[in-house]
Design a protein around this ligand. Structure first.
Ligand code: SF4
Length: 279
């Protein structure tokens, strides 16, 4: 008889958590295997949130650990920090562990249903592409017409809430992710000064090793965290928030949602992020 498995990747962000809640509520009969690929460079808030979500799901979220850690790959890539152009982090620390985990089953002929958290308000986003004919990708949130406000509502009603880092950062993902906006680096320094120091140390090693990339485009973290520069970044951020609020048409029927840093900087989620890391 043909075997089937059902998997759902939890990123530590709100969309994949909402998808897990949705599947638990609407398809409780499916033996879904929840997994989280742990890069070893996650924010502590991510683990707290995973614990809360496990409580709701009533089953563990499997942690997939890479066989080699961030430091190994950094060395392997000649100390070049990952960047949008050389995004070795996603490939080696997120996709590789997932592929190792499911490859034997796929090759043995098992059909794997993978549930991916793409919302209905992300029409251009495709998500994780199936790389094997036995892998079938499903997008339940999009099919059910659930948008960002719907995701937030699902999490609130299930009493799972949101990861605490959303109060200062817009996305899930590694502590040092290069997709962070400058204001988020400033906030990382405020919320997790030790982690910020580690990011500086990685960057120094990279620059000394000849890497052309800094974590944040155009300047090193040491420059970014100079008081005058911090002041300018914060001011720029506040101005953008004010501009966005002025531009946004008032809709009395729409639920109030907080502006995210992505809204404020006009980041195209499809281009700026990745369903593997950020959903
Ligand atoms: S969250 Fe950022 S740094 Fe981490 S794997 Fe994804 S792209 Fe790379």
């Amino acid at each position: 008889m043909m075997q089937e498995r059902h998997i759902l990747g939890i990123s530590g962000g709100r969309d994949s958590a909402a998808l897990a809640v949705y599947m638990r509520q609407h398809r409780p009969e499916l033996p879904i295997e929840y997994f989280f690929t742990d890069t070893g460079k996650e924010l502590p808030e991510v683990y707290t949130f995973l614990d809360r979500l496990e409580g709701f799901l009533g089953k563990p979220i499997k942690r997939l650990n890479p066989d080699r850690d961030f430091d190994f790959w950094l060395d392997e890539y000649g100390n070049f920090l990952p960047s949008p152009r050389t995004r070795w982090c996603t490939r080696q620390l997120k996709l590789r562990p997932l592929e190792h985990w499911i490859k034997p089953a796929l090759e043995a002929g098992t059909i794997i249903h993978s549930y991916v958290a793409i919302r209905s308000d992300e029409p251009t986003r495709e998500g994780y592409q199936a790389t094997h004919e036995n892998m079938l990708v499903h997008l339940p949130l999009r099919e059910a017409g659930i948008d960002r406000a719907g995701v937030i509502e699902l999490l609130q009603q299930a009493d799972v809430g949101e990861p605490e880092y959303y109060s200062w950062r817009s996305r899930s993902g590694c502590t040092f992710c290069f997709f962070q906006q400058k204001i988020e680096w400033v906030r990382l320094a405020a919320h997790h000064p030790d982690e910020f120091e580690k990011a500086i140390a990685y960057e120094k090693t990279a620059l000394e090793g000849g890497s052309p990339f800094t974590w944040s485009q155009g300047e090193s973290l040491t420059e970014l965290i100079e008081p005058k520069r911090v002041e300018a970044i914060e001011l720029d951020y506040e101005r953008r928030v004010a501009r966005l609020k002025k531009r946004r048409p008032k809709n009395p029927l729409a639920a109030e949602t907080d502006d995210t840093i992505d809204d404020i900087y006009g980041v195209d989620e499809a281009a700026g992020g990745c369903v593997i890391c950020h959903k």
